[in-house]
Design a protein around this ligand. Structure first.
Ligand code: HEC
Length: 269
C-alpha cells in the first residue's frame, strides 16, 4: 500500500523534476547560457526532485548499535565518493600554469613599452644630433674652422633577437588558446572548429594573416553555421602584436600533414 503510494510520488515528482529541468534548459538556451550551465540547471532540477522524493519516501527500518555505525560510515563514504568523483570529473586548472601564461603575455607587452620609450629617446637624440651637425657646418662656413669632433652616436639596433619564429608561433597558439576550438596534432578542439594539421597546404601566409585579423574574411568549407554565428573570435587584431601574428602565421604555414582532413578555406566577399 505504502509502496504503491510511494511509486506514484516517485513518478509524479520525477516528472515534475524533468519538466522543470527542461523549462530551465530552454530558458538558459534562449538567454545564451553556455552548454555546461544548461546541463547544470537540468541536474539541479533533478536534484530538487530527488529531495522531494526523499521527503515522501517510506521511513527506513531503524538501525541500532553496530549496524547504525556501519550505516553511517557507509553513508559518508558514498557521499564523499560522489562529491570527489564529481569534482574530479570537472576540468582541472593548475593556477601556476595559468599564471605562467599570463606572465608570458604580459612580458611581450612590458618589453614593448620599454622598447617604445627607447625608440622615442633614440629619435630625439637623432634630431639633436642633426641640429648639432647643422650648427657645426654653419661654423665652418663662417671660417671659424672649429673642429668639432664628429661623434656619431651609434644608434643601438633593435634589441629583439630574430628568435625562432616557429617556436614563438607555437607559443602563440597556446597563449591565444586557439586549441580550444581547433584540434592540432590530435589535441584540443573541444569547441569543434576545423582541424588545422594541413592548413599550411591550403592557405598562403597572407590568407592566414587575414583570417586571424578578420575571421569573416575566409570560411572553412562545411562550417557555414559556425561561420555565420561568428564562432571564431574577432579579437586577435586587438590582442596580438604584429610580430606575434607573424610568428603564428609562420607556425601555421608549416602545418602540412595531408593525412588529416582540413576543410578547404573559401574566400568571403
Ligand atoms: C571559439 C572558437 C575558435 C577559436 C578560439 C579560434 N577559432 Fe579558428 N575557427 C573557428 C571556427 C568555428 C572555424 C570555422 C568557421 C570559419 O571559417 O569561420 C574556424 C576557422 C579557422 C581557420 C580556417 C580553417 C579552414 O580550413 O578554412 C583558421 C586558419 C583558423 N580558424 C585559425 C585560428 C587561429 C590561428 C586561432 C587562434 C589565434 C583560432 N582560429 C581560434 C573557431 C575558433
Amino acid at each position: 500500500m505504502a509502496a504503491q503510494g510511494f511509486r506514484r510520488t516517485l513518478i509524479r515528482n520525477g516528472a515534475v523534476g524533468v519538466g522543470v529541468g527542461l523549462a530551465l534548459v530552454l530558458a538558459a538556451r534562449l538567454t545564451h547560457f553556455p552548454a555546461v550551465f544548461q546541463i547544470m540547471f537540468f541536474v539541479y532540477a533533478l536534484l530538487g526532485a530527488g529531495v522531494f522524493i526523499l521527503l515522501d519516501a517510506p521511513s527506513m527500518k531503524r538501525l541500532e548499535g553496530g549496524r547504525a555505525v556501519i550505516g553511517l560510515v557507509l553513508f559518508y563514504l558514498v557521499l564523499s565518493g560522489v562529491y570527489i568523483g564529481g569534482a574530479s570529473g570537472l576540468p582541472q586548472y593548475d593556477p601556476e600554469v595559468e599564471k605562467g601564461k599570463i606572465e608570458k603575455v604580459l612580458k611581450a607587452r612590458r618589453a614593448r613599452t620599454r622598447q617604445g620609450k627607447a625608440d622615442e629617446l633614440i629619435a630625439r637624440a637623432r634630431v639633436l644630433h642633426e641640429r648639432a651637425s647643422a650648427i657645426e657646418r654653419h661654423l665652418q662656413a663662417l671660417g671659424g674652422g672649429a673642429q668639432v669632433a664628429e661623434e656619431v652616436a651609434s644608434v643601438p639596433a633593435s634589441t629583439a633577437a630574430a628568435g625562432d619564429l616557429f617556436e614563438l608561433g607555437k607559443e602563440q597558439w597556446e597563449l591565444q588558446e586557439c586549441y580550444n576550438c581547433h584540434k592540432l596534432f590530435g589535441k584540443g578542439g573541444k569547441k569543434r572548429g576545423p582541424q588545422l594539421d594541413n592548413i599550411g597546404n591550403l592557405m598562403t601566409p597572407d590568407a592566414l594573416r587575414q583570417k586571424i585579423l578578420d575571421p569573416k574574411s575566409w570560411m572553412a568549407e562545411g562550417f557555414d553555421k559556425q561561420y555565420k554565428k561568428g564562432k571564431m573570435p574577432d579579437k586577435y587584431k586587438d590582442l596580438m602584436f604584429d610580430e606575434e601574428i607573424d610568428a603564428l602565421v609562420v607556425f601555421l604555414s608549416s602545418l602540412k600533414d595531408a593525412t588529416v582532413e582540413t576543410p578547404t578555406p573559401i574566400r568571403m566577399p
